[in-house]
Design a binder for this molecule. Structure first.
Ligand code: ACK
Length: 434
C-alpha cells in the first residue's frame, strides 16, 4: 500500500472533519493538497477506517528515520541533555539528533550514571552520512568514539543492530528511546483556518487575562472549546484595521518553530482580536526576572538566545523585519522553549504621538533601537541584529534594563560618540560550546 504513514504524536480532532489518532497509529495519506494538513484514512487505532484531516507535521512515512521513536531531528545538545535528565529515565536512555545545522551529521546522546561516567549525559557525535548514502563515518577525536570502527549502512542499523547488542563506543547498551516532548505546533488551528482565517468571534472562549501588551490586553482562550490559544484584544484605535489585516496576511505565511504562530483574526468588529499560539510561561523578560539564575544556567541562557537567533534567521530569509525584538516580545513555553512574538506589528501601530510605546506609558523603545532607527527611522535586518545584541544583554543579566543608569537622551549622545555597552559582569569572555 502506498503513502503509509505513522503518527508521531497523539492528535485530538479539533473539527468534525479531523481524525483523532494516537502516536504509533498507521495511516494512509490520500491527499496532500492543503498546506500543513493532509487528508488520510486511519489504518489502525481508535479511528481505524475513518477518514479525515491530520496535521502533516504529526506523521512520518512508515520505515523512515523520522518515524523512529529515538530520532529527534531538530534537537540541540542542551535540549537533549534536559530531556534525558528528566525523571524516570534510566542509564542507557538515548536519542539520535541532527548535529548542528548540518543535515548529514548525527549525534547520539544518552543517559549515563556513575561510576560509568561522571557526566550524566554522554554525547557521541559525528555520525556522518547523508539521507541517500547514510554511510556512517566516525571522528576519532570525539569523546569515546575511538572504540567504534565498524561502518553501518544506516543510522537504524547502528542503533538497532549494533548498539542494542554491543556497548561499542557508548559505554552501555542503548536502552529505551527518550520520551518526546509535546507535539509541534500545527500549521494554523485547523485545515480550514489556513485559507479562511477570519473566524467567528463566538468560536473563542475568553479565559483569564495574561497581561497588557503593546497593542492591548492579552487573554488565554479556547478555540472551538478544544485548542488553547492566546487572544490579543487590540486597543480600539491603536492601529488602522486595514493596515493590521494587511500585515497579518504577511505574518500568516510565516511558519517556524521559533516564531509564535498567528492562527486567526476577528476583524469584523472592534476590538479586533488576534489569535495566536499560547505559551505557558509568558514573556521571556518576566521569566528571566523571576528566575534570576535559580534554575537557569549559562547553557540554558545560551540555548534560549540560540532559539531566538534561529527564529530571526528565518524572518530574514523571508525578507521580514521584526522592528521590536526584545525580551518582552519573546515568549517561553515548556522546557525553556523560546519563540519570537509580535513581529511586524510595530510597523502598523499608531498612537497620538506617532511613537511606538514599548509598554503602556513608556515611549519608543530607545534602548533596543539601532542608531539609524533612532535618527532616521530606518529599520532593516541590521537594526534587528542590533536589537538582538540588546536582547543578549537582557538574557545574560536576567532581565536587567540595558544601559543601566543612563537616560535615553544621554544614551543616544553617548552612542553617537562611539560608546558601546560593556560586557556585563556575569558574562564570560570565553566562548563556551553549546
Ligand atoms: O509575561 P506575560 O505573562 O506574557 O505578560 C505578557 C502579556 O501577555 C502581554 O504581552 C502575555 N502573552 C502575550 N502573548 C502570549 C502568548 N502567546 N502566550 C502566553 N502569554 C502571552 C505576556
Amino acid at each position: 500500500m502506498q503513502n503509509q504513514y505513522v503518527a508521531l504524536y497523539d492528535y485530538v480532532g479539533r473539527t468534525p472533519e479531523d481524525l483523532t489518532v494516537r502516536a504509533g497509529d498507521k495511516l494512509q495519506v490520500l491527499n496532500k493538497n492543503r498546506v500543513g494538513w493532509w487528508f488520510a484514512r486511519a489504518l489502525t487505532g481508535i479511528s481505524a477506517d475513518e477518514r479525515g484531516y491530520i496535521p502533516a507535521n504529526h506523521v512520518a512515512p512508515v520505515d523512515s528515520i523520522e518515524a523512529e521513536p529515538w530520532y529527534f531531528p531538530d534537537t540541540q545538545r542542551a535540549d537533549a541533555e534536559k530531556m534525558l535528565l528528566a525523571e524516570g529515565n534510566s542509564q542507557g536512555t538515548f536519542l539520535i539528533r541532527q548535529c548542528g545545522s548540518d543535515k548529514g551529521h548525527f549525534a547520539l546522546s544518552g543517559k549515563l550514571q556513575p561510576p560509568l561516567s561522571t557526566q550524566p549525559v554522554g554525547h557521541f557525535s559525528k555520525l556522518a552520512g547523508s539521507w541517500e548514502s547514510q554511510t556512517l563515518q566516525t571522528d576519532p577525536t570525539e569523546w569515546c568514539v575511538q572504540c567504534l570502527t565498524k561502518e553501518f549502512k544506516t543510522v537504524k542499523d547502528l542503533v538497532e543492530e549494533y548498539h542494542s547488542v554491543v556497548a561499542g563506543g557508548f559505554p552501555v547498551l542503548l536502552g529505551k528511546p527518550c520520551a518526546k516532548l509535546g507535539a509541534p505546533a500545527t500549521h494554523g488551528l485547523s485545515y480550514n483556518t489556513v485559507d479562511q482565517w477570519e473566524i467567528p468571534r463566538n468560536s473563542i472562549t475568553q479565559g483569564r487575562k495574561l497581561g497588557e501588551g503593546n497593542f492591548g490586553e492579552v487573554y488565554e482562550g479556547l478555540w472551538n472549546g478544544i485548542s488553547r490559544v492566546a487572544v490579543k484584544s487590540l486597543r480600539p484605535g491603536s492601529m488602522e484595521i486595514k493596515d493590521m489585516v494587511r500585515e497579518a496576511q504577511l505574518m500568516k505565511r510565516l511558519h517556524h518553530d521559533k516564531l509564535i504562530q498567528l492562527y486567526a483574526v476577528c476583524t469584523m468588529e472592534e476590538p479586533v482580536l488576534i489569535v495566536t499560539e499560547f505559551m505557558k510561561h509568558g514573556s521571556l523578560l518576566d521569566y528571566l526576572k523571576k528566575d534570576m539564575g535559580k534554575s537557569l544556567s549559562l547553557s540554558d541562557q545560551i540555548n534560549m538566545a540560540t532559539q531566538v537567533a534561529s527564529g530571526m534567521a528565518y524572518l530574514e530569509e523571508q525578507n521580514y523585519i521584526h522592528r521590536d525584538l526584545a525580551a518582552r516580545n519573546v515568549l517561553v513555553g515548556e522546557n525553556n522553549t523560546c519563540k519570537v512574538a509580535d513581529f511586524g506589528l510595530a510597523r502598523v501601530f499608531k498612537n497620538e504621538n506617532e511613537v511606538y510605546a514599548a509598554r503602556p506609558g513608556c515611549l519608543f523603545p530607545v534602548k533596543w533601537t539601532a542608531l539609524e532607527g533612532l535618527m532616521y527611522n530606518e529599520f532593516s535586518i541590521k537594526s534587528d541584529v542590533w536589537s538582538f545584541g540588546i536582547l543578549l544583554y537582557e538574557i545574560i543579566t536576567f532581565g536587567l534594563e540595558p544601559y543601566p543608569g543612563i537616560h535615553n537622551f544621554k544614551m543616544m549622545e553617548l552612542l553617537l560618540q562611539g560608546y558601546r555597552m560593556p560586557r556585563p559582569p556575569n558574562c564570560p569572555s570565553i566562548c563556551i560550546e553549546s
